[in-house]
Each structure stands twice: as structure tokens, then as C-alpha cells.
Design a protein around this ligand. Sequence first.
Ligand code: PMP
Length: 285
Amino acid sequence: MALKVWLNDKLVDKDQAKISVFDHGLLYGDGIFEGIRVYNSKIFEFDAHIKRLYQSAKAIRLVIPMDADTLKDAVNQTVVANNIENGYIRLIITRGIGDLGLDPLICKDAGVVVIADHIQLYPEEFYEEGLTVISGTTIRNHPMSLPPQIKSLNYLNNILAKIEAIDAGAAEVIMYNHEGYVAEASGDNVFIVRDSIIYTPPVEAGSLEGITRDVVIRLATKENITVIEKNLTRCDLYVADEFFLTGTAAEVIGIVKIDGRIIGDGKPGATTQLLREKFDEYTRA
Ligand code: PMP
């Protein structure tokens, strides 16, 4: 059966899911999106994702052409139509069709796309062995440019950093901000453990307000582990006892090497493993 994609106001076959070359989402990366997991036929942290989407829209003065309940219904219909029990949803709002100028007000109707599909995960051994990352030279967007809190369709900042990782044969890249503090990875939030305390950069250091990040902070707190939001330097990463990333696709994944420095004993640490287990229990519950 052909994949069904939600396009504006209805489900269409994948082959019919096409948007105009004049859509500013394509011409300028003018739009926003969410990546959402489905576990056991349930949409994970659905309300949190919808809230973040509407906040991203507000920040870029984009009007989502339907209310949250109608949008959620479109997402639900797309998941059901494709029989997705465990998978991934990409929810996209584009600025819509305009002309070749920048003016977003020319674009009268924002485009709505929902794709629900199976997900390509990191292989299991990556979770068991941990990942190698590098420090990128591409700094994260300054909050007075395109704020990293906005999950916009313009990912070039992160893509430039990701290219550095690919060139270096590393799985991910750590991005620093204009002041030299850790912001985030190209598609994940950053955590370290030092002397049994978890540290993560504050969102204002230049990261997305990750939904997995929030869940992991809640799960850690429930396990009586202290979590502190604090600016981290590259050196803090080098000397961490443990280092892990969180994100919708990666969930919780250990980092065992950065810039040639081995983290801990070179295996994902006990806290990382505990949080991965707790996250697993939480999502599969
Ligand atoms: N930072 C960036 C830049 C991201 O694209 C993502 C999502 N892949 C995250 C962090 C993690 O956010 P979430 O847990 O909401 O997926």
C-alpha cells in the first residue's frame, strides 16, 4: 500500500504529495517543523510537540492555518492511515506559495504536510558501544539571528556542522555558541555527568528546547539524580565522567570519545545506561 501523506487539508498518495517550487519553505527555508515518535500506536509527548510548533510559528510570524485540535486530528489520521505502530512523524508548516521576493506576507496560505513513516534508527551496537563525536568549528546561530529555540526549516547552520562530523568520520558534532560554550549537537541536546551530578547547557546557550531533554530531566530527577543547567566548556566535555545526547530519533545515546579524548572508561556510563532504561520503560509503557 502506498504511503499516505497529509497535504494541507487531506490525505493523498505519496506520489501526489507535491508542493510548489514557489513555496517559501523551499525558496528560503521559511517554515517550521516537528519530528515526533510513535510508540505502541501512541504519539509521544504530542501536546509538547504541538506547543513547540505553535511557539516556533509565533516567533517567525507564521499563522498555522488550523487550530491545534484540528492539526492533531490531521496527524492522528496520517498515523492511522499508514498503520504506524512504532515510527516517526514529520510535521511541517511552510510559509506557502509566494513570489521570488522575500516578503512572507505575499504567501497567503501556509502549507501543512504530515508524513508518518517507519524510522531508521542508530544500530543497537551504537547504544552499547557509544558514539564518537567532534567539536565543530561552525558555531551555533547567535540568538539575535535565527534563534536556536525555533525549530525552523532552515537547518543550514546545523548541516554545516554535520559536514564537519562526516568529514572527520564522527557520528555527531558538538556545536558551541558565539561565547565558546556548548550549545548542542547538530540534532540532539547535550548532557554530561560529573561526580554523579548531571549537567546540561541552558537553552539560552543556543539549543532547541528538546522534548526528549525535558523528559530525561524529569526521569533523572525521579531517580534522585541532581540535574543542573549550566554553561559547559569544551574542557567540561573532555573531563566528564559520562557524556550523552538526547533527541527524538536518538533517544538517549552515550558518547565515548570527543576530539580524541576517551570519556570515562570508554563505554556508556552507568547513569547514561540507567536513563536509557528508564526512557525505554517510559516510552514503551
Ligand atoms: N537540537 C536540535 C538542533 C534538533 O534538531 C533536535 C531534534 N532532532 C534536538 C535538539 C532534540 O530535540 P527533541 O528531543 O525535541 O527531538
